[in-house]
Design a protein around this ligand. Structure first.
Ligand SMILES: [Zn+2]
Ligand SMILES: [Zn+2]
Length: 371
């Protein structure tokens, strides 16, 4: 059985050479000292409580009794700011606070009092795609956008690139369901009809024979993801998922997030749980529907029991470019682990107009030649 949150301190790993605070380096996949350059490979032994970091938490217990969290491991060094424009709340673990919002570029950010009952992340998927790799990918991505205005393709665009850890909830559940439905079997009958000339003809008509059916099934939901972010546009996030949370999570440690922006969740556990419950309900309907025999079905009723519901609060890495064009804010998002990219772009009406004119001209020339 999973535990309720128990506040625990997260261990600190100072640089063995100079005692400075180590930081996660995506390109080297190691901890690196920003002061003397010492590289320290990450090992399981560095986890705060080895073996207990990536643990599922009991959902019912946590909903009843919102925990105090286990602390971010850096004491007073942590600051939170809220963007007045897009409402994203950013957490800075190393004291260096950005002048502009990482999510929308707005300079109107204000200090945000961190609430005590906030659930702090238990595990983190550290960055794997480095700063240099993602710049190349984003340039390629822009190169493939035909109708983007030219000045967006300039190198300056990637100067607004930020690495951000986003809050996610993951949910597990064991479901046993019983279903009943009317299973429909197709059969064909020959029917005669009169055609337009008044002659009698025959045709095949599809009919359905309805037969009651019932069954049961068990299903295990493992790490169903619900984003807790307010800063990144949801549509883009869907396109760069999945994050390999089942296999590659590491126990939270301040080394991973030091020097990066962390977004604090705004979809809280209650809201996330409802989103997850609805998503699981829809999936169970679909899974049971697939079990109904025959060619089609109607009146499907599913009675599902959810047991052993657990959750985790995790951080996942994304690279984010945010820019304003005209009056609108556009984002380009890259998965910091898999490198998958999705983005929004303004369209250049000049380019589109010329493209349309060119096509019209071709049609005109073809028409003249064929005469
Ligand atoms: Zn050092
Ligand atoms: Zn913002």
């Amino acid at each position: 059985m999973a535990d309720v949150y128990t506040p625990a301190t997260v261990g600190k790993h100072p640089c063995p050479e100079c005692g400075g605070d180590l930081q996660w380096n995506a390109a080297r996949q190691s901890l690196v000292c920003p002061y003397c350059g010492t590289v320290v490979p990450w090992s399981k032994g560095q986890e705060a409580d080895p073996g207990t970091g990536v643990v599922e938490q009991d959902l019912q217990a946590a909903l009843k009794d919102p925990a105090t969290g286990r602390g971010w491991g850096d004491g007073d060094a942590r600051r939170e700011v809220k963007c007045q424009s897009c409402q994203a709340i950013s957490v800075f673990v190393d004291g260096k606070v950005a002048k502009r919002c990482d999510f929308c570029g707005s300079p109107s950010i204000i200090e945000h009092a961190s609430s005590n009952d906030a659930i702090t992340p238990q595990s983190v998927l550290p960055f794997k795609i480095s700063d240099g790799q993602v710049r190349d990918r984003i340039r390629q991505w822009y190169g493939s956008r035909w109708f983007a205005p030219n000045r967006l393709k300039s190198a300056a665009l990637t100067d607004t690139l930020h690495g951000v850890y986003l809050p996610y909830w993951t949910f597990d559940a064991q479901v046993s369901a019983r279903w009943q439905a009317d299973a429909g079997h197709y059969y064909y009958e020959t029917e005669s009809f009169r055609n337009a000339n008044g002659q009698t003809q025959t045709r095949q008509v599809q009919r359905v024979r309805w037969v009651p059916a019932a069954g049961s099934l068990n299903h295990l939901f493992d790490d169903e993801l619900v984003p807790g972010t307010a800063g990144v546009h949801a549509k883009l996030l869907r396109q760069v998922e999945p994050f390999p949370t089942r296999t590659d999570l590491k126990a939270y440690s301040p080394e991973f997030v030091r020097g990066w922006t962390v977004e604090r969740y705004q979809i809280d556990l209650h809201k996330a749980e409802k989103i997850n419950q609805q998503a699981m309900g829809q999936q169970m309907q679909a899974l049971c529907g697939r079990q109904v025999p025959g060619d089609t079905f109607r009146n499907l009723q599913v009675d599902a029991q959810y047991q052993g519901r657990t959750f985790k609060h995790i951080l996942v890495p994304v690279w984010l470019v945010s820019y304003t064009y005209g009056a609108r804010n556009f984002q380009v998002v890259a998965n910091g682990y898999t490198g998958a990219i999705a983005g929004e772009q303004p369209y250049s009406w000049v380019k589109i107009t010329f493209a349309v004119l060119a096509v019209l001209l071709l049609i005109l020339v073809a028409a003249m030649l064929s005469q």
